[in-house]
Design a protein around this ligand. Structure first.
Ligand code: COA
Length: 371
């Protein structure tokens, strides 16, 4: 029997602190007028010191689970797409798994910069379609404010923090993630990157002195790439599904720059009204931008069961891709769950496991000393 992967839950979180373009005027040589006219961005959110990529991810995931009526212990797989992971390893997804108390879930991070959410969505949908798993959490989460150089006006005006999540569930009913396309062009790896801190350029006093631990971007080539591939990927995914652009109710794009979206809309011959846009308020939140925009569109009543929606993204790598969804909404008769409250239990469980590990380690030490 053919299996389908439906989006049955969604959620997002945005840090409370708002940083406006006026605030940026105090930090670098820029102006509100320049930023708005070149990007469309007016303000972005900045994570507080007690928030991290994992905590934002877990908050968005809890909301998505609540919408879907899925208990954390029912989740088979957690994929966190992120460009600002907590560490190189372990995966941020493992920390999220522990925070949620998703005891059964496998968890890994997916690194494809701003296209990461599209790739992660496709991977989770494929795992459901093959029957390998039944329930997945796909999360895009970022604290880009921690890896942006606040003295570099080329980059710091663009980015913001936040997280968004989808719950995917398997069903024999047609719908859900219908098609996806994924592409990469690694010849452009050097135009958008975090140069140091990996194995090629390990962190050293020198890398810090030269600011190589911050996002580096050449804006123009990225702009040219983005305007070319957005329309291309959207068209490709629709054609792959045997549909045409007239069948599509909504385009939910990666929220990088309003000018990029306007060029894509022109190429696709679609009015801007068919695009979900919120970059004016949140800036570019990388992997989180598409699920945040989707959650907002759902909350505004824009998405109805049966609607065909194209999610389309591009970013460092260079990567780009698109997914075509038939919007489902929560499965009928889904139970009431409270994943937020369950996280208290997850904390107790985690503390217990840590304690047990410490006790076993101490016992092992004593045994070795005694032996
Ligand atoms: C970054 C971006 C907005 C810059 O716009 P642009 O029109 O290409 O501007 P340029 O980089 O050519 O710079 C034009 C001028 O503005 C200046 N400038 C750059 N950033 C500025 C800022 N924040 N405020 C004021 N002036 C700025 C430049 O120094 C340059 O000055 P010059 O002409 O005296 O040399 C644009 O290239 C872009 O959006 N690129 C894509 C970035 C992106 O989306 N990245 C994420 C992908 S997921």
């Amino acid at each position: 029997m053919t299996r389908y992967a439906h989006v049955t839950g969604w959620g997002s979180v945005l840090p409370e602190h708002v940083m406006t373009n006026k605030d940026l005027e105090q930090m670098v040589d820029t102006s509100d007028e320049w930023i708005v006219s070149r990007t469309g961005i007016r303000e972005r959110r900045i994570a507080s010191p007690d928030q991290s990529t994992a905590s934002l991810a877990a908050d968005a995931a809890s909301q998505a689970l609540k919408t879907a009526g899925v208990h954390p212990t029912e989740v088979d797989l957690i994929i966190v797409a992120t460009s600002s992971p907590e560490h190189i390893f372990p995966a941020t997804a493992c920390i999220v798994q522990d925070m949620l108390g998703a005891t059964k879930a496998g968890a890994f991070d997916l690194s494809a910069a701003c296209t990461g959410f599209i790739f992660a969505l496709n991977m989770a949908a494929q795992a459901i379609r093959t029957g390998s798993i039944d329930t997945a959490l796909v999360i895009g989460a970022e604290t880009l404010s921690r890896i942006v150089n606040w003295q570099d006006r080329n980059t710091c005006i663009l980015f913001g923090d936040g997280a968004g999540a989808f719950v995917l569930q398997g069903s024999n009913e047609p719908g859900g993630v219908l098609e996806a396309v994924m592409h990469a062009d690694g010849s452009g790896a050097d135009v958008l990157m975090l140069p140091a801190g990996g194995s090629k350029i390990p962190t050293s006093p020198d890398t810090v002195a030269h600011g190589l631990h911050y996002v580096y971007m050449e804006g123009r080539p990225v702009f040219r790439f983005a305007t070319r591939v957005m329309a291309e990927a959207a068209r490709e995914v629709v054609e792959k599904a045997g549909l045409s652009l007239e069948d599509i109710q909504w385009i939910i794009p990666h929220q990088a720059n309003i000018r990029i979206l306007e060029v894509a809309a022109r190429h696709l011959k679609l009015p801007m009204e068919r695009f979900v846009v919120n970059l004016d308020r949140y800036g570019n939140t990388s992997t989180a931008s598409i699920p945040i925009a989707t959650t907002e569109a759902a909350a505004q009543g824009k998405l109805h069961p049966g609607d065909k929606v194209v999610l389309v993204g591009f970013g460092g790598g260079l990567t780009y891709g698109a997914a075509l969804l038939e919007w489902t909404g929560p499965f009928p008769g889904h139970p009431e769950v409270n994943p937020e409250r369950y996280r208290l239990w997850a904390r107790v469980r985690s503390a217990g496991l840590r304690l047990r590990r410490k006790v076993l380690a101490a016992a092992g030490r004593e045994q070795r000393l005694g032996g």
